[in-house]
Every structure is written in structure tokens, then in C-alpha cells.
Design a binder for this molecule. Sequence first.
Ligand code: GLC
Length: 472
Amino acid sequence: MELSERTRRSFLKQFGAAGAAALAVANADGLGLAQAASTQPASTPADLKQAATRDARMAWWHEARFGMFIHWGLYSLIGQHEWAKENEGVPLLQYELLAKHFHPKPNAAREWARLAKRAGQKYMVMTTKHHEGFCNWDTQLTDYNAMDQGPGRDLVREFVDAARAEGLRVGFYYSLMDWHHPDGAICKTDEAARRRFVDYTHGLIRELMTNYGKIDILWYDVAWPLTAEQWESERMNEMVFSLQPDILVNNRNLLPGDFTTPEQHIQAADAGRAWETCMTLNDSWGFNRGDDAWKTPKTIVDNLITCARGGGNYLLNIGPEPDGSVPPNSVEILEKVGRWLDTNGKAIYGAERIEAEWTTNLNFTRRGNTLYVHVNFWPGHTPAAEWLDFYKPEVVVAFAGLKPKALSARLVKTGQKVEFTQDEFSLRLTGLPLVAPDQPATVIEVECDGEPATDHSALRPLWPRHKVGISV
Ligand code: GLC
């Protein structure tokens, strides 16, 4: 059953960003929307060509694991996040006035890029045009753009230069949905409008792919109101790859692209398929003055570990203020994450998917045969050590179901060797310090004699069980 346009629109309306996100994710992940399947045609020669170069194109991205997302546009001036126009019903002629009042400080993007670098992020993806339709670059196709309006400069070029100056890869976010273009909605029902709007869209993307040198990622967003066929998404990607042969594209122009884009949640794709979770630092993408729902550095670090555990990437958002300044809370969180990565980066960058069950206290990543045990909540001393040898000597980090044999272990923070014992059920890392050596997570590196993985369910039936009653 195709998701009817009415359902789609009311879904978008009702749930705003989250609804669009859910749609995009559902399309992306093939979660129950037959529509997604019908818009993902069987492999064409172009798909096959893109698939043939995928591993080589994506090598840097898999190594990178952590990127910065930037939502910045006219909506930043309102400060009620990027859906303000639609959510609050701001009349277009009113909204357009914002373009005259957008006066960012020079080279704000340098601050973002330096922050990304300090945070340990390896790439940046900036909104070139969000749903509002305003182009942050010097386009020839509309005067609703940064060069012709308030800024009087090409903000995309500043972004590209800033990212490159810090040695970071460059990504462009581009919203297909457009609330400003006169054909942006009627293109669904009026073929002449569709033709104009698709030409306009392809033309804007062509500019972005032509005028800024090598671009590493094209990050499409919301495809409402057209299907992949109507957007001519195949042709769109072919044009993109002909101009940027090494680029990566996501799946939100309703083709599979190179990677899947779970939004605001972490969901590994099937093995063999690349994925990237995008997430906000508070609850908003665009600057939202009142949004104080900041995640803690601990949550961000654990999310990053969880993405790395599944062999995925984490694209973490900042929503700069109208002048381009990054909200102080975002700076503080990202700097803390960066300090943790300075020590523990080897457990994240280039991490490969590991089949391991996290627990409340522990998370896991791996590179080759090296296992990284991330201790989120340090055990300290347990009084149970008085009665149970298992918890001696002193501080013990233990987990069940490790498949290969552990060969050696050490604390990443201090390099200190860690003693351990292992039987068929459990690995016990012993003699650890009383206080967590690192925050927000302490990492223990364990060399194994094979690819690390844990499996509780295989283990559970094997536990020795005793007669009813107590055995000691
Ligand atoms: C959604 C929202 C949008 C945001 C994007 C980020 O599609 O509509 O505002 O830019 O998600 O992934």
C-alpha cells in the first residue's frame, strides 16, 4: 500500500521534524513503508558503477566515525528551530524579510571548523539550503541567496574554506523539499511545475557540485512531495557522480545511495550496509533559543561508542546563532568529548562492527582482534568482595560471553597493564584502581586471539545449574 499524500502531509505536519525524520528513516531503512520499496528500483548500470567504487570511496568515512552537522539559515534569526516557518505558520512575505536582516560575522565557519577539530570530528556537513528554500551560496538560479541578500557573501564558500583549512572533509546538506519556490508543492500535481522545479533542483545541485572543488558528501533531505521517479533521482545521482566521482551520497533522495541515515536514534543497518546516525545536541537542529535539553558529554560519548560498535558514524549537530556563533553549551560539550577522544580515539576511529551485547555499565568497540571495553560506570569496591572470590582482588570489571581468548589487557588512559582471568563464561579484569581513571568512560584495551565478540544467549543454557536450593 502506498502511503497516501494526505497521510504523508498530515504526518509531516503533525510530527514536524520528527515526522519528516521518521519518514526519511522509514524510507531509508525499509521499515514497513511499501512506498520505499517501490521507489527503490532494481540496480541500474549507474547503481552498479557506484557500488563498484563504494568501498574505496567510503574508506575515509569509515575511519572518520564522527562528524559535525551544521544547521544554519534564516530560521536561525527567529531562534525557534528550523521548522519555525511551517510550525508557526509565518507568512512567506514576512519570512522573506529575514533575508535582509541576516548579517553573520565574517568567517563564522572558521569557529565551527576549529571546534570540530577540537571535538575530534573528521568531517562537517552544512545546510546549503534547508526546507525554507534560502540558498546559503551564490547561486545564479534565485536571488533568495546569501550573496544577494543580507550577508552579501557566499557562506558555503566560507564553510568549505574553513573545513579544508582544518583538514576536515566537506559535506553539503541539501533539502529537496522547498517551502519558498512557487512550484515546491504544486509540482506534485502539475507536470509543467514539476519540470520547472526538478530542473531548478538539479541546477542548484549542479552548482554545488561544480563551484567548490572536491566535495566529500552530498546529504539530501526530505523528498516531499515527489517520488524518486518524479525527482529523477537516478539522473540526479548520475550528474553528481559525473562531477564528483569520489563523493558519497545518502539515501534521502529516495535511492539507496551509499549510506542509511537513522535520525535521533542509533540503529545499525544490516551488516555490509553503511550507516550514520545524525543527532542534535539538545532537541533542535536549527538554533532554538529556549531549548535547554542539552545532552551530557557522557551521553554523547556513549552514543559515539554505540555507533562505532555497530560500525556506523555519528553526525552530531550544532545550530549556530544568527551571527554564526556556536551556543556556549554546544562548545562546552564538544570540547569535553574531544578531550576524551584525544586519549581514546583509537577505540573509535576506524572501529569495525562488533557483535557484542552492551550492558548498562559496559560498551564495546573493536579494531581487528583488539577489543575496547568502555566502562561507563566504574564499579569501585563492592562489599560483595568480602564473600565472593569473584570480586577479588579489589576492583573488578567482568563480563560474560567473550568468544576469543584474551591475551593481554591495559588501561588506555594510563597504559597500565591489567591482570585478568578468563574461563568459558567470563573475563575478569582485576586489580583496577578504586576511582575511574578516565571520564566520561574508562577504556580497557584487550588483545584477543581472534575477532572479539560476545554472546550471552549462547551462554545462558550452558550455565551450570544446581538442584533447587542453595549449593554452598
Ligand atoms: C529532518 C528535519 C530537518 C533536519 C533533518 C536532519 O528531515 O526535517 O529539519 O534538517 O531532519 O536530519
